[in-house]
Design a protein around this ligand. Structure first.
Ligand SMILES: [Zn+2]
Length: 314
């Protein structure tokens, strides 16, 4: 579930996705209403798949925020308006199926590890570049959650102490420099400085600049947009190299809305900066690749989560 949409699927490891439902997240809803909307989605998709409640082993829920998957408590999920909320217990009461929760980026990483480009990899760093920048770590084939379940917050590594203020309160975080929002902010500075760009024409005057519009402008070789995206890629590649020098992973996986929209244009530029900043021995072990699963990564991650927590094969 995200701030704007709830994406649900009935899924197992043999057949893959059997049915899927996409619904808008009720805007500004209280936690109770949010739970109700989730329960409705669960019931709807079971019916649409032609299944019964007893066919379903678990509901795995990906949440954008900090949470404890063992207690089922969400610490903070600002986009959903959830704070200190025991979402697992509340939803279980309504759906009568075991509910499991995991941070959405971790869930995506689990899906990539078992069903995507991370198959048969041991140590991975997964990075999603979109509105912000999210990260997840897999060590020895298992998700690394950290001491208080916040590991992987790559977007809040400070890379420019004199930079802009981030949503987290610090200054110059990675995502204030290289996310889609950062790129858009820089493009707008260029527009203000009267530099020539077709981006306003593509996305519409006074409309938000989305990943697709950025991709279209790059395709048309728009100098302003190409430059701003390239600058972000350089920062992303350098930062990921530094982290790889620290972690010595065998795979770095790129995903997220912006990467999906721009594909090779970004991946190749990121890879160049990445390779330039790796230590020689570290470089031998690692590959930087793009995820092919898109939003489905988190759906597949649900299988892995159920297997971890319930000890069963799905
Ligand atoms: Zn931050």
């Amino acid at each position: 579930m995200g701030g704007t949409k709830i994406l649900a699927a009935v899924i197992n490891s043999k057949e893959g996705i059997i049915a899927r439902v996409k619904k808008p997240t009720p805007a500004g809803a209280k936690p109770g209403a949010l739970i109700k909307a989730l329960a409705e989605v669960v019931n709807q998709i079971i019916t649409e798949a032609g299944l019964k409640l007893k066919n379903i082993k678990a509901v795995s829920l990906g949440i954008p925020g900090s949470l404890n998957p063992f207690t089922g408590r969400v610490g903070l999920a600002p986009n959903l308006g959830l704070k200190n909320f025991f979402i697992k217990d509340q939803l279980e009461k309504l759906v009568n199926i075991p509910v499991l929760i995991e941070n959405d980026v971790n869930l995506g990483a689990l899906g990539i590890k078992e069903f995507g480009v991370g198959k048969n990899k041991k140590n991975m760093l997964v990075v999603f570049v979109g509105t912000g920048i999210g990260g997840a770590l897999i060590f020895d084939g298992k998700i690394y959650r950290g001491s208080s379940f916040t590991a992987g917050e790559i977007g809040h590594i400070v890379i420019d102490k004199n930079g802009l203020k981030c949503g987290c309160g610090n200054y110059g975080c990675f995502e204030t420099v290289a996310s889609r929002l950062a790129i858009v902010r820089n493009i707008k500075l260029d527009i203000k400085a009267k530099k020539k760009t077709i981006i306003t024409k593509i996305s519409g005057k006074n409309k938000p600049i989305k990943s697709k519009a950025i991709a279209a402008a790059v395709k048309a070789n728009d100098k302003v947009v190409v430059k701003r995206v390239s600058d972000a890629c350089e920062v992303i590649g350098t930062t990921l190299a530094s982290l790889t020098n620290l972690l010595n992973v065998d795979e770095v996986v790129l995903g997220g809305g912006l990467i999906e929209a721009l594909g090779n244009f970004m991946t190749l530029k990121i890879r160049t900066a990445f390779n330039q900043n790796l230590l020689a021995e570290t470089a031998k072990a690692v590959k930087l690749v793009q995820s092919k699963l898109g939003d489905d990564a988190a759906l597949y991650g649900g299988i892995v989560l159920a297997e971890e927590f319930l000890g069963l094969k799905v």
